[in-house]
Design a protein around this ligand. Structure first.
Ligand code: DGL
Length: 274
């Protein structure tokens, strides 16, 4: 049953490189899946754009993945997941479409329950404005939620200011997190898939809090939904990378994002054609 569908690839997209933090986990837990990754590097950041622009970009990204015949889509972008996941689902029409909100909210709620019942959400401006994480956390019964937009984090990550002793990074992280550190939450959701690259610096300012990677949690959720739908592939393992930006630069940066040594090849596509 589902034999042909099982061998189809999984599509993953983000505004750029951040979704690779989700892809990393996906590869680790589902090594036999074929994966198509699209990073919209030419149009990053999404997090500072209006909802209608985010939706337009997300639907183009989805159309591109559908043109590759994917069986499932991982929306590895907090900004898209929080603003227009339903629109992506409606367009996609594939059995499994997973965003980064629900699984991360559930995990954070679980941590909060065995701690001080407080969760902080860090995300892009558009993600925080949408209140999607807050709504999901409230549904999961979390007592206190603190939300913080961190618009400077994505440029820091994209320009490789990720070291724990980087002066600029410390100044910015401290500025965003000091109000939260005054009364530390049990869990902190890294609601933008770029942010796990800043985990060490963030942890420095919030040493008592448990960090939740929204991308990694979403990858695990996708794996369980594929299993439930009898769609797991046991004979693949190829990954193809596509970007709307420069392919060479994407390969160089992706190599730094991914934990494995595999330096991928990337193909440039014109996303405006989708
Ligand atoms: N990776 C995107 C997210 O998870 C953030 C980058 C952007 O602003 O485009 O929200």
């Amino acid at each position: 049953m589902n034999h042909d569908k099982k061998s189809l690839p999984i599509g993953v997209f983000d505004s750029g490189l951040g979704g690779l933090t989700a892809l990393d986990e996906l590869k680790r837990i589902l090594p036999n899946e074929d994966i198509i990754y699209f990073g919209d590097s030419a149009r990053i950041p999404y997090g500072t754009k209006s909802r209608s622009v985010i939706e337009k970009f997300a639907l183009q990204d989805t159309r591109f993945l559908l043109s590759k015949g994917v069986k499932a889509i991982l929306v590895a972008c907090g900004t898209v997941s929080s603003n227009c996941l339903d629109e992506v689902k409606n367009l996609a029409g594939v059995p499994v479409v997973v965003g980064v909100i629900d699984a991360a909210a559930e995990k954070a709620a679980e941590i909060a329950k065995s701690g001080n019942d407080r969760v902080a959400v860090l995300g892009t401006s558009a993600t925080i404005k949408s209140r999607a994480f807050e709504i999901a956390l409230e549904k999961n019964g979390v007592g206190e939620i603190i939300s913080r937009a961190c618009p400077m984090f994505v440029p820091l990550v994209e320009s490789w200011h990720t070291d724990t002793d980087d002066t600029a990074t410390n100044a910015i992280v401290s500025e965003y997190l000091s109000p939260i550190a005054a009364n530390p939450p049990a869990a902190v959701i890294l609601g933008c898939t770029h942010y796990p690259l800043l985990s060490e610096v963030i942890q420095k300012y919030l040493p008592e809090s448990e960090l939740v990677s929204s991308g990694a949690e979403a990858a695990r959720r996708l794996a369980s939904e594929l299993a439930e739908n009898d769609l797991l592939n046991r004979s693949g393992g190829r990954i193809e990378f596509y970007t709307s930006g420069g392919a060479e630069l994407f390969v160089e940066n992706a190599g730094r994002f991914l934990s494995s040594d595999t330096v991928p090849n990337a193909n440039h596509i014109d996303i405006e054609n989708y």
